[in-house]
Design a protein around this ligand. Sequence first.
Ligand SMILES: [Cu+2]
Length: 204
Amino acid sequence: MWAATAVAVVVLGLLAIAISRGIRRGAEGLPPQRHGNLALELTYTGGAAALAAVIFGLGLWFQAGVDDDPPTDLEVAVQGYQWGWRFEYPGGRVVASEPGRDPVLVLPVGQTVTFHLRSDDVIHSFFVPAFAWKQDLIPGRPIDLTVTPDTEGRHVAHCAELCGVDHARMNFAVDIVSPEVFDRWLATGEGAGDSPGPDVEDPS
Ligand SMILES: [Cu+2]
């Protein structure tokens, strides 16, 4: 806001000076006329083009890294299917939708987790609003998604792609817990991940 105000003051000030001088000179008849200034026009055209090229290059450079796979602490295989979710952890622990029970994806806070997402029937979409990311699961095209949860708590999550008659029931919850609680849960299945029941309510 303040930067824009400063720019506006400079631009509008110069404009006001130009207009008032033009009005004063106009009273004395037309000022000397000139055709143009090739050097000046080349300079500001080239300058603008260079600026655009730099911004474009920075964009390319940044986007090239967006989908890079960073080193990961935990890998979870995620399968979406009509109509539920299946989460498989290292060591074989599996959490999946059951009739009347939404599954809970339990994750350790502060650790980087990579989801290996796949679907074998139709397109689903893995959507945890708290992750600020939505990833489609396209049959035949497994894809990875890496996140590092930074806040403990429970989040709601959904399938975000209309995938059939029971699409609306493809809800799940995400429990972000301390690494100690997570390790105990992974070993015993206890201490986290209590199912919220058939419909996850947003606690907020
Ligand atoms: Cu779905």
